[in-house]
Design a protein around this ligand. Structure first.
Ligand SMILES: NC(=O)c1ccc[n+]([C@@H]2O[C@H](COP(=O)([O-])OP(=O)(O)OC[C@H]3O[C@@H](n4cnc5c(N)ncnc54)[C@H](OP(=O)(O)O)[C@@H]3O)[C@@H](O)[C@H]2O)c1
Length: 253
């Protein structure tokens, strides 16, 4: 994979960078891991810049003229999106459309953080060629957003799933849901290898396949096991592990 030389001068082709969701898990670790170029990353909070407000977005971006956009803001989580369907659509679909429309007009490279929840979880080990079939409102909103991003000239859609070693948010975890969540710091290191390249398209970046309970237990020993069978109402897919062969091949180039 041909990467711009690792010097601030070469990276500067991409400055300033506009990052949405900078206060979230992904965004905060992205900023931490990219401390050296932090001053070149614009990362407004949602109260400073609400991505559902199209006019405000273009006013803000016209002022700073970013050369790279990393879009990580979203309403995240299956249960939250089922509960707040309209808000989920507004933030995840309309919000993405608003930023994309600016990127399209100004021909800006666009990185979109997507999810393994675009798959129905019936087979697992999903590659980029597998057909998405989301079951949840969250998964559907992220797939719609992917389709908007695909209308751009220079885009990168990264499908992933991640966790923080510091904290497991819940008291319980599914023993029978399989994912290939990757530790967030490791994900950011990988993403840094591909952002500043000419690579365009869809890529899966993930860790090894394991049950959610397995991951959760390593973070918090008190996590209780639960089963998908007891939470059928949430439409949680069984095995959404991602195949990363394309990523591994790309690294070797
Ligand atoms: N967590 C995962 O395992 C996972 C897996 C796959 C993909 N993803 C994707 O990765 C991205 C980041 O996820 P995360 O876990 O870091 O999320 P998170 O911690 O829940 O953070 C979400 C971020 O979105 C911002 N946001 C929400 N509504 C907004 C609005 N209307 N305008 C502007 N910003 C808004 C929030 O800003 P404020 O804090 O300023 O309010 C927050 O910084 C998301 O796109 C998610 O779909 C996550």
């Amino acid at each position: 994979m041909k990467r711009e030389k690792n010097t601030l001068f070469m990276y500067s082709n991409y400055f300033p960078i506009f990052l949405t969701g900078g206060r979230g898990l992904f965004g905060s670790v992205f900023l931490k891991k990219n401390k050296k170029i932090k001053k070149q990353i614009l990362a407004p909070s949602s109260s400073r810049l609400d991505i559902t407000k199209k006019k405000e977005i273009s006013q803000y971006l016209n002022k700073y003229m970013p050369k790279l956009i990393i879009h990580a803001a979203a309403l995240v989580g299956i249960a939250d999106c089922e509960k707040n369907k309209l808000l989920c659509k507004r933030i995840n679909i309309e919000g993405t459309r608003n930023i994309c429309s600016y990127a399209k007009k100004n021909n800006i490279r666009f990185i979109y953080i997507s999810t393994d929840y675009v798959f129905d979880g019936k087979k697992g080990n999903y590659s980029e060629n597998d057909k998405p079939n989301p079951k949840s409102i969250y998964g559907k909103s992220k797939l719609s957003a992917e389709n908007i991003v695909k209308s751009l000239n220079d885009y990168l859609i990264i499908r992933t799933s991640f966790f923080s070693r510091k904290k497991w948010k819940y008291k319980e975890a599914f023993v029978d849901q399989y994912t290939s969540r990757i530790q967030i710091e490791e994900l950011i290191s990988k993403i840094n290898k591909i952002i500043f390249t000419k690579f365009s398209g869809l890529i899966h970046i993930a860790g090894k396949r394991q049950s959610l309970y397995n991951i959760a237990r390593k973070i918090d020993k008190k996590t209780k096991p639960i089963s998908l069978k007891d939470h059928k109402d949430l439409n949680i897919p069984e095995d959404i592990s991602l195949n990363i062969n394309k990523w591994n091949k790309l690294l070797k180039k």
